[in-house]
Design a protein around this ligand. Structure first.
Ligand SMILES: [Zn+2]
Length: 477
């Protein structure tokens, strides 16, 4: 994500989730549940949360989703969804019940392996009891039919963001980081359980639907159009994207053949086409630096109104019309490698997303302006951050997940490593780290291990200083 005005230590996107989750946490504690438990006795239950340090009840235990199929009919005019979500998942323990995360809606029916299943709801937890108990290793299919009017998680502290499903002036868009996916489809709503997706979205013409991956089909039935989007590579729930409105699709090609397809508001399409004309060139730059682009296609979807931020939704970054800058385009592109393909395992390590995107976005401008300018800029940040006494970026609570700490002190972790080792080794570490964890989840320890291995040195103490010490270390000579 890129925000317009990061404020040290206070910027955050998730305060409602923060309010919501402690409430559900209290309810579960009253009910005698723990976020990470395997159930009791002969009635094994999937845990209602994964115990994330910042959001213990996001996601659920006991299974691993492989694929989501979202069939949605969306009435844009009254902002309602009639949906069927089909999940193919593998049980990783015996399950007499398991949970999904879904906020709001009426759930009409649930089937597991084609048999009707009992279900109950509490806060965002949908608890499902399959008719036949699942065994560890079982591949099973769950189908949830639901309908209603989605409601975003509004954040009273930050007027510019509301998580999940949003509707404004006849345009629908989704910005879910970190917990908003449960406002529009039932899921295992945590970044550690990534899955591929099929989205079949039916709207009244002439609305256009943009989503993640590749547009594989459009079907017209009377006045309705169904758009079929396929996201073949694993994707975290917060990166699932849907935009519906009066968009124009504009195509281009990166020099390595990746199709670029942008979705622009009709009225602004000409100006935005010029604005984003070098997206393929930026994509090629990062492919050369890090490794082949992780996905099949790329593009941006720009809202016809300001958002104050952009978000790196997978293969289709979403921009407010007020942030359509080249530096932001570079930032969201870096996230396709670091954040989307290589994803932190928990929400307290967002520096692995934002530190990488913030630093590597500077390398795009460095191409024209030279490395001295990058270094000067980084030193200015260093001095400013020392004066501000910014905390360490390594493990952050909810309040600091999107703070200057993770963006700019996070970026300094990489700049310090580059100064210490030189450009060639630094680049080799980036490439090895990406290649090893492509499509998966990582921790800071994984990154440090790669740095040690590639450099042939024990950099643990050096990196720990930059990542975990309250005091910023001295700049390497
Ligand atoms: Zn970002």
């Amino acid at each position: 994500m890129t925000q317009r005005f990061p404020v040290p230590g206070r910027q955050r996107l998730c305060s409602l989730t923060r309010c919501l989750l402690p409430l559900t946490f209290a309810l579960f504690l009253l009910a005698g549940c723990q976020p990470v438990s395997a159930g009791r006795g002969s009635q094994p239950a999937g845990a209602p949360g994964l115990g994330d340090p910042n959001f213990p009840f996001l996601g659920n235990g006991g299974y691993d989703v492989e694929h989501y199929t979202l069939d949605l009919t969306v009435q844009v005019s009254d902002n309602t969804i009639s949906g069927t979500t089909t999940l193919r998942a593998t049980a990783i323990q015996p399950l007499s019940t398991f949970n999904l995360d879904l906020l709001g809606f009426t759930v009409d029916a649930v089937h597991v392996n084609d048999l009707p299943a009992e279900f109950s709801r509490r806060a965002h937890e949908l608890t499902i009891a399959p008719r036949l108990r699942l065994s560890a290793g079982d591949l099973f299919t769950t189908v949830i039919r639901y309908h209603g009017r989605p409601e975003a998680l509004a954040d009273p502290d930050l007027a510019f963001i509301s998580q999940g499903w949003n509707q404004r002036d006849g345009t629908i868009f989704v910005v879910s980081e970190p917990g908003g996916a449960m406002t529009w489809y039932p899921s295992n709503n945590h970044l550690s359980d990534k899955a591929s997706y099929t989205m079949r979205v039916t709207v009244d013409a002439p609305n256009v639907v943009a989503a993640n991956g590749v547009l594989s089909d459009t079907r017209v039935t009377g006045n309705q159009i169904t758009y079929v989007w396929e996201m073949a590579q694993p994707m975290a729930t917060y990166l699932a994207m849907l935009a519906i409105g009066d968009f124009v699709r504009v195509e281009g090609v990166g020099s390595e053949g990746t199709l670029i397809r942008h979705y622009f508001p009709r009225a602004d399409a000409a100006a935005l086409t010029a604005n984003f004309a070098n997206t393929g060139e930026i994509l090629d730059f990062y492919s050369d630096l890090i490794g082949d682009y992780p996905f099949d296609e790329y593009g941006v979807v720009v809202m016809p109104f300001p958002l104050g931020f952009a978000l790196e939704t997978q293969t289709l970054s979403v921009f407010g019309i007020d942030v359509t800058l080249e530096s932001v385009n570079a930032h969201e592109l870096v996230h396709q490698w670091f954040g989307n393909s290589v994803t932190p395992a928990a929400w307290n390590e967002t520096w692995l997303n934002e530190g990488f995107a913030s630093y590597l976005q500077k390398l795009w401008s460095e191409r024209d302006l030279g490395s001295e300018l990058t270094d000067n800029g980084m030193r200015q940040y260093y001095n400013a951050m020392q004066q501000m006494k910014l905390p360490a970026p390594g493990t952050v609570g909810e309040r600091d997940m999107f703070s200057m700490t993770v963006y700019e002190r996070g970026a300094w972790v990489l700049h310090a490593l580059r100064l210490e080792l030189g450009d060639d080794l630094f680049r080799q570490i980036l490439r090895t780290y990406y290649a090893r964890f492509e499509g998966g989840n990582v921790t800071t320890a994984d990154f440090i291990a790669v740095a040690n291995e590639v450099s042939g040195r024990d950099l643990t103490g050096f990196l720990n200083g930059w990542i975990y010490s309250a005091e910023m270390p001295s700049i390497p000579e």
